[in-house]
Write a protein that binds this ligand. Structure first.
Ligand code: GLC
Length: 800
């Protein structure tokens, strides 16, 4: 309770409040982004997510009113009341977000808990009061998206969660409060408007989205500052842009990391890795990456190789590289406590490990047995960890997979009083736990960047807001259950909405035994997840594409090849995401928020703006209902034209994943390759879905940072349709090169899809022109095909 406002003062972009009990501050970051702060622990922000808080200088007015202090930017009005209650209004004066004025009032749980517990029920209890609590009024139609990797529905309304990075290998279910990641950011949507809240607090935090009482929702934490950002905007996309402007955007990765990846706990010895590699090439299944799990290490000691299993690791990796395989190795934080083990000794000598409260190096048990934990909260340790990456890079490793960094420990959780240096602000585990994996990924990213000069490929299991700047993530130890395939979609969509675009799930499921049918359906989803990795647990049945039967292998091949075809489209999405913050995998609500019917869609998603995927997620099912939002769509497989804003039924035998492309799309395709770089790509295929539309295609060397110095080329395509009643349809496609900093293509192969709908026959093409010259074309079943030079100019397609 802050009590009455005693005074307020303005300094630059901040309005300070002196309350009877404590201080508060409202900071204008931009006209749309307002920070609410009270120095309950540190005097100022102390953020691990926001590394460079950019303040946009903008004018604002402050007025003392009878009820409150009113702060007006050109976009928002913020009213601050006693008890540091804050309300936000849009420009029209409509309330967007209002603090709840009463006490929390949780619903009653009747009866005796212990009797239920006696039978083994996992009984829920109501949340206690937290040190920091912000309670907001819940409006009737309000929906919530975001909060990272949490289980449950896409819309988080009615759920409550905790942010405490947790490694729990038992089957992930809807009642899980916490998983591996802490992304304390959500977006709320209702008819009156949309906004986001980022609660930048690394202590254990709590989010109750209207579960305990339908009159309010709240967020709170056990420690730290009151420090949250209200992010306004015209739509969800603006909010995401605002949030990622604060916490950072997913950088463009090396293009091979968007290829197919095969993992298993664990491919060892080296002959097994070679066998896996050989199978991919022999069975004609594209693959770029093979992961080495913990068994490649000597006694699970990080930054070492097992002498018998990988006697000549450099040679092995070199041979595999020649076949187009990149090797990614797992690195856990736990360092084996062992005399004369270099990493342990160096860390110990320099005080790089976390200690107990008496300053003695803290020990817990992980894979290597007794292990110690690097204190990633201090820069010196991170620098040392960065340097260690060189050991792996020198062996020929192409990327690093950071695991167990919640941190996980087998001898009970790390006690709260484990000590961390925290860049000179000594603290304990309660503050560092949720950023431990984040800081480890940062060190890994920076090391790889420094020693390879290339865009680092890092995967992490634990994360905090902002981890997207350093690492891709996966959703941890799922199981080979249909339910986990279904659940992966809202999980990945909410990760995207939380700024983490480059994400994926263990395709096929990690624990338990997969089936051919489940893998076939899972690969149809994996094909569209930015991180596309099949991974499985030791002792489960083999899960490689060929491990089941011919049909499963064929389906895996079909969708992995589709992924390689779509690589330039995916790479374009990553490139665009680096400036917009928009994810690759998108809930429909991101593009169609005015359409209530998409707000709760959990089992369809957009792959970029142009492609809609409606996978089959149930055993034995060969059809489903698909909701197509407004606009005209084309079935990717049949080219049938379907009007949107309606629900359709789609037959989908085991080898068909329902996919729809929006009219007006120009989808760039590469030829299928066994791995990225197998073929020199001089010709880009343009898969055209007639309609009005624009598309920007980006190309560069696919691996270095030179693009940041302008070494890239941009092509812009725009398509127009003239459809005069008396004349036949004419489609014009203008090609422009809007930036030229990298060797471009020699030609474009145009696949112009002939379309049909239920009432008309397939369209047919009469003539094609490029720069007014007639071009020969080949006629195929459902498209025509022709080649034009990769130059600026206009293509005209005349239909009969
Ligand atoms: C953890 C990881 C899993 C990995 C295993 C062994 O369970 O989540 O992906 O295979 O550890 O390293």
């Amino acid at each position: 309770m802050f009590g009455k406002i005693l005074s307020h003062s303005i300094e630059k972009n901040k309005v300070f409040f002196q309350f009877e009990e404590g201080q508060g501050r409202v900071e204008i970051i931009t006209p749309w982004i307002i920070n609410i702060f009270s120095p309950l622990k540190y005097d100022d922000h102390y953020s691990r997510a926001i590394e460079d808080l950019k303040i946009e200088s903008c004018s604002f007015k402050v007025k003392a009113k009878e009820c409150c202090i009113e702060i007006k930017t050109e976009a928002l009005t913020v009213k601050v009341y006693e008890d540091f209650k804050v309300d936000f209004y849009d420009k029209q004066g409509r309330v967007l977000c209002e603090d709840f004025r009463e006490e929390r009032d949780p619903f009653i749980r009747r009866g005796n808990v212990s009797i239920a517990e006696e039978e083994g029920h996992n009984v829920e209890t109501n949340n206690e009061k937290h040190k920091i609590e912000v309670i907001k009024k819940l409006f009737g139609d309000e929906k919530f998206y975001g909060l990272g990797d949490k289980t449950g529905h896409l819309n988080k309304r009615g759920y409550n969660y905790e942010m405490w990075n947790t490694d729990d290998p038992s089957p992930h279910v809807e009642s899980y409060k916490a998983l591996y990641k802490t992304i304390p950011f959500f977006i709320t949507l209702r008819d009156e408007g949309v906004f986001g809240i980022f609660f930048d607090n690394t202590f254990k935090s709590y989010f109750d989205m209207g579960k305990e009482n339908s009159a309010y929702y709240y967020f709170g934490a056990d420690g730290g500052n009151l420090d949250y950002y209200f992010i306004g905007g015209k739509g969800i996309q603006d909010i995401l842009m605002g949030y990622t402007n604060l916490t950072g955007k997913t950088p463009l990765p090396q293009i091979w990391s968007l290829g197919y990846q095969q993992s298993r706990w664990a491919y060892a010895p080296e002959s097994r890795v070679r066998e896996i590699a050989k199978n991919f090439r022999e069975k004609d299944v594209p693959c770029d990456v093979i992961h080495l799990d913990i068994e490649y290490m000597d006694n699970f000691k990080v930054f070492t190789w097992h002498k018998e299993r990988f006697p000549e690791e450099k040679k092995t990796l070199k041979d595999l590289k020649e076949q187009g395989f990149k090797i990614v190795t797992i690195i856990d934080p736990g360092v084996k406590k062992e005399k004369d083990y270099d990493i342990y000794e160096t860390g110990l000598k320099n005080g790089y490990f976390a200690t107990d409260k008496d300053g003695i190096t803290y020990v817990n048990r992980v894979w290597p047995g007794d292990s110690v934990f690097p204190d990633f909260s201090q820069e010196e340790t991170r620098n040392w960890w960065s340097e260690n990456q060189k050991i792996m890079l020198d062996s020929g490793v192409a990327g690093i997979w950071n695991d167990m960094n919640e941190p996980a420990s087998f001898n009970g959780a790390l006690p709260d009083d484990v000590q961390f240096e925290n860049e000179g602000r000594n603290t304990d585990h309660t503050e560092i736990h949720n950023v431990y994996g984040h800081l480890m990924s940062k060190a890994t990213f920076e090391g790889i960047k420094k020693y390879s000069g290339k865009r680092p490929f890092v995967i992490t299991r634990a994360a905090y807001a902002g981890t997207q700047k350093y690492s891709t993530v996966w959703t941890g130890d799922n199981q080979s259950f249909w339910e986990h395939l279904r659940m992966s979609i809202p999980m990945l969509l909410n990760l995207g909405i939380s700024g983490i675009s480059f994400c994926g799930t263990d395709v096929g499921g990690f624990s338990f035994d997969c089936t051919g049918e489940l893998l076939s359906r899972w690969v149809q989803v994996g094909c569209f997840t930015p991180l596309f990795r099949n991974h499985s647990c030791i002792h489960t049945r083999d899960q490689e594409p060929w491990a089941f039967d011919e049909e499963t292998l064929n389906i895996n091949r079909k969708y992995i090849k589709l992924r390689y075809k779509l690589l330039p489209y995916l790479y374009d999405l990553m490139w665009k995401g680096e400036s917009t913050g928009l994810p690759v995998m998108r809930p429909l609500v991101l593009h169609y928020e005015q359409d209530d019917r998409v707000h709760e869609i959990n089992d369809e998603f957009l792959f970029g703006e142009n492609i809609l995927v409606a996978p089959i997620l149930e055993q034995g099912k060969t059809y489903r209902a698909v909701y197509l939002p407004e606009g005209t769509w084309m079935d990717y497989w049949t080219k049938e034209v379907i009007e949107g804003a309606q629900l359709i039924a789609k037959e989908a035998p085991l080898d068909v994943c329902p996919i729809y492309v929006k009219a007006g799309s120009i989808i760039p395709n590469y030829p299928v390759q066994s791995y990225v770089g197998e073929k020199e790509i001089k010709e880009l295929t343009l898969d055209i879905y007639p309609g009005e539309g624009n598309y920007v295609h980006y190309m560069d060397d696919g691996e270095s940072f030179n693009y940041r110095e302008g070494e890239y080329t941009l092509y812009e395509f725009s398509m127009e349709v003239k459809d005069e009643a008396t004349e036949a349809t004419e489609v014009a496609i203008d090609i422009r090169k809007t930036h030229e900093g990298f060797k471009g293509y020699e030609s474009f192969k145009v696949l112009y899809n002939k379309t049909s709908n239920k009432t008309s026959n397939m369209t047919s093409v009469k003539e094609v022109y490029f720069k007014d010259k007639k071009v020969e074309f080949k006629e195929n079943n459902n498209h025509i095909e022709f080649i034009v030079p990769a130059e600026e100019g206009r293509i005209i397609i005349k239909e009969k």
